[in-house]
Write a protein of this length. Structure first.
Length: 71
């Protein structure tokens, strides 16, 4: 289910978004914003994985030998 979300942007940003859509890089302004949110989520996940990797490397993680170790 989709919902409408209204946002307020400075004129310069609006112009940039509209230019990208006009160039054909995005189908719509909504698709541009969805793309940015996907990038943001990807960055969040990458940071979380890096933190987990650091935790594991410092000896705080548990090495699983099989799926049975999860139970």
């Amino acid at each position: 289910m989709r919902e409408i979300l209204n946002i307020s942007l400075p004129g310069v940003m609006v112009k940039e978004v509209k230019n990208e859509v006009k160039k054909g890089h995005f189908a719509s302004t909504s698709e541009f914003i969805r793309h940015l949110i996907r990038l943001w989520n990807t960055e969040k996940l990458a940071k979380e994985l890096e933190n987990d990797r650091k935790s594991f490397d410092s000896g705080k993680g548990i090495k699983l030998n099989s799926l049975k170790d999860l139970m």
